[in-house]
Write a protein that binds this ligand. Structure first.
Ligand SMILES: Nc1ncnc2c1ncn2[C@@H]1O[C@H](COP(=O)(O)OP(=O)(O)OP(=O)(O)O)[C@@H](O)[C@H]1O
Ligand SMILES: [Mg+2]
Length: 237
């Protein structure tokens, strides 16, 4: 079942075309990685899917409120003046029928799902480690009951051990909440272990798309080959 359709999406910033006639679709449960050099339009495309950036041309079809995003730096995406209870509560605003007790229960369940204890509810973002902040950002995103979670360099700022813990958590949550993932990353080894499909972006366009292992083992587009060489992926795989 298709949960997202992107058809010839275009975004211009003045004379710069950041996203250039991008098309793809996602089925429920898909795990798509989007890779490509800095500035090729990945975050802009993600924000268009979230509805945070207006699409200039084309069409993006997804159920309302079905897309949530986790960003690279959770410190800037979590309001520093709010404690975790307020941050998580805000994510439940659409569900106005919830009583205070039910809201509390949902927050508790979600904190447990991301591996945090109830004790964190009174604390503020600056009182957590990077990995813990990312867990809070994931909990907040999931409390919105999304079908699709976009992870935009969501583990890049973390050291490798914490990165692995968050990746394991994301794998577990995908099953538990029946999620579809869009995983944006520069780390091709992570992509290979995590995602089933890959879309390669270059100058706003998707230039290659396919099964992750196949694209990484035998890239067909010259830019993908260049990207793999530049990342030393070929030497270290
Ligand atoms: N709000 C904006 N106004 C003007 N230009 C923008 C805006 N947002 C992004 N851009 C430009 O659009 C292009 C694509 O940016 P985008 O953030 O989507 O790249 P990216 O692929 O996510 O890069 P990175 O891997 O570094 O995160 C860049 O040239 C960027 O400078
Ligand atoms: Mg980006």
């Amino acid at each position: 079942m298709s949960v997202l359709q992107v058809h010839n999406a275009v975004k211009n910033f003045g004379s710069l075309r950041a996203v250039d006639h991008v098309s793809f679709s996602l089925d429920q449960g898909d795990n798509l990685a989007i890779i490509g050099e800095s500035g090729c339009g990945k975050t802009t495309l993600a924000k268009m899917m979230m509805g945070l950036v207006k699409i200039d041309k084309g069409l993006i079809k997804a159920e309302s409120f079905s897309v949530q995003m986790v960003f690279q730096d959770p410190y800037s995406s979590l309001d520093p003046l709010w404690n975790v209870r307020e941050i998580l509560k805000e994510a439940l605003w659409r569900n106005r029928s919830l009583s205070a007790g039910q809201a509390q229960e949902k927050m508790e369940q979600m904190l447990s799902a991301v591996g945090l204890s109830m004790g964190v509810l009174q604390r503020f973002p600056h009182e957590f480690s990077g990995g813990e902040r990312q867990r809070i950002a994931i909990a907040r995103a999931l409390l919105c009951s999304p079908k699709i979670l976009i992870l935009d360099e969501a583990t890049s700022a973390l050291d490798t051990l914490v990165q692995k813990q968050i990746m394991d958590l994301l794998k577990k949550l995908k099953q538990e909440f029946n999620l579809t993932y869009i995983f944006i990353s520069h780390n091709l080894r992570l992509v290979r272990n995590f995602s089933d499909k890959i879309a390669v972006m270059y100058q706003g366009k998707i230039v290659e798309e396919g099964q992750a292992k196949k694209v990484l083992q035998s890239p067909s587009h010259p830019y993908t080959r260049q990207l793999l060489q530049a990342s030393f992926y070929i030497n270290f795989k």
